[in-house]
Design a protein around this ligand. Structure first.
Ligand SMILES: Nc1ncnc2c1ncn2[C@@H]1O[C@H](COP(=O)(O)OP(=O)(O)OP(=O)(O)O)[C@@H](O)[C@H]1O
Length: 321
C-alpha cells in the first residue's frame, strides 16, 4: 500500500488587510498538488519560502482541511479518518518550541510518552531505543536548556517517534542548526530510513535533500514543477555543465550580454564577500569559456572553473525560470 497519496490538493486562505478600509483577498497557497510516497521512502518537498510546503504538510497530518482534492496516509483518508491517521504519523516542525527546558531530555520524553498514551510497560524500552536512534544516549539526564539546537532538534524527532509512527513528516528540521549538528541530524534521518520509516522532509539545504531523499518534488507558487530522483533532477537541468567565473565589480549590463551567448542557458550572480561569482548553465559539450571572458572585457576576473550540475543548480533553475 502506498504510504502517502496526495491528489490534486488545494488550499486557499482568506485574508483581510488594512485597518480602516478592510480589503479581503484570497491566497491560493496550494494549487493542485499530487504525489505519492512509497513505504520506506524518504521523499523531499523542496521550494522557496511561501511555496506551500507547510500548508501541504498540514493537510497531510490532519491539521488543516483541504479546500479541495484528497489525500490519504497508509490508505486512510486525512479528512474522514483523522484519528486513525494521527495514530500512525509523527511530525516535527523546525524551531525551538515544544520542549520543556527545565526538564531533562529523558523527562521530556517520559512526559510526552504519557501524553501520547504509550503503554507504561513499553515506555522505558521505547525511550531507550529512541535515545539510541537520535544519538543522545548518555545525555538524557541533562536539562534541555543546556542542549544545543541540534540536540534539541534530535530530541524533537525522538518525541515525534514515541508512538512508533510509520510515516514521519519533518518540516525544516535542520533550520538554524550548525554544520556539526546538521550532520548528526542527517544521520538520525538516515537511520529512520534504515528502520523502514517513511519520511516526508522539507529543507532549504540542497545537499541535505540530495544525501537523504530517494525522490524529490519541487513546489513553486503552490504547484509541483518537477519530480524525480535527485539524479533525474540534476540531469533535467537544461544545460548539463556549469561554468563558474569569479569577478570583481561586474556591471549588470555585462551579465545580461552573457545570457545572449548561444550555449549559455542562464546566468546567476552569487555575491560572496567582495566577489561576484557568475554561475552559467551551459550546454554540456560547449567551449564557451573564451567567449565569456572576452565579453567580460575589462572586468577583473578571478578563478574560472567548470563542474557538473548539483541539485542546487537544478533547483535554482526550476524555481526561477
Ligand atoms: N493561516 C494562513 N493565513 C493566510 N495565509 C497563509 C496562512 N498559512 C499560509 N499562508 C500563505 O500561504 C502561502 C504558503 O505558505 P506555506 O507556509 O505553506 O509556505 P512554505 O512553502 O512552507 O514556506 P516556508 O519555506 O517559508 O516555510 C504563503 O503565501 C503564506 O503566506
Amino acid at each position: 500500500m502506498t504510504a502517502v497519496v496526495a491528489r490534486d490538493l488545494r488550499r486557499s486562505f482568506r485574508t483581510t488587510q488594512g485597518r480602516l478600509r478592510r480589503t479581503r483577498s484570497e491566497v491560493e497557497a496550494v494549487r493542485g498538488v499530487s504525489f505519492e510516497i512509497a513505504p520506506g521512502e524518504t521523499f523531499g518537498l523542496l521550494g522557496p519560502n511561501g511555496a506551500g510546503k507547510t500548508t501541504t504538510i498540514k493537510m497531510l497530518i490532519t491539521l488543516l482541511l483541504p479546500t479541495s482534492g484528497s489525500a490519504s496516509v497508509l490508505g486512510m483518508d486525512v479528512v474522514a479518518d483523522v484519528r486513525a491517521v494521527r495514530r500512525r504519523i509523527g511530525y516535527v516542525f523546525g524551531g525551538d518550541r515544544g520542549l520543556y527546558d527545565r526538564l531533562s531530555g529523558l523527562d521530556n520524553l517520559r512526559y510526552f510518552a504519557e501524553l501520547y498514551g504509550v503503554e507504561p510497560r513499553e515506555q522505558q524500552r521505547r525511550i531507550g531505543a529512541l535515545l539510541e536512534l537520535v544519538g543522545m544516549t548518555g545525555r538524557e539526564h541533562e536539562r534541555v536548556e543546556g542542549y544545543s539546537r541540534g540536540m534539541r532538534q534530535r530530541l524533537h524527532i525522538a518525541r515525534g517517534l514515541l508512538h512508533d509512527p510509520d510515516v514521519v513528516f519533518l518540516d525544516e528540521p535542520s533550520i538554524g542548526i550548525d554544520p556539526v549538528g546538521a550532520r548528526e541530524l542527517r544521520a538520525t534521518i538516515a537511520s529512520l530510513k534504515e528502520q523502514g520509516t517513511t519520511v516526508l522532509l522539507t529543507t532549504h539545504y540542497m545537499f541535505e535533500a540530495d544525501e537523504l531523499c530517494d525522490r524529490i518534488a519541487v513546489i513553486r507558487s503552490g504547484e509541483i514543477v518537477a519530480e524525480g530522483t535527485p539524479e533525474q533532477l540534476k540531469r533535467g537541468v537544461a544545460s548539463g555543465r556549469v561554468l563558474e567565473v569569479e569577478t570583481y565589480g561586474v556591471p549588470a549590463g555585462v551579465v545580461e550580454t552573457l545570457g545572449d551567448l548561444g550555449p549559455v542557458h542562464s546566468v546567476a550572480v552569487e555575491e560572496r564577500g567582495q566577489l561576484q561569482v557568475l554561475v552559467l548553465q551551459c550546454d554540456a559539450d560547449s567551449e564557451v569559456t573564451q567567449d565569456v571572458l572576452s565579453r567580460l572585457g575589462d572586468v577583473r576576473v578571478g578563478r574560472v572553473s567548470a563542474r557538473e550540475p548539483t541539485l542546487e543548480d537544478a533547483y535554482v533553475q526550476l524555481v526561477t525560470q
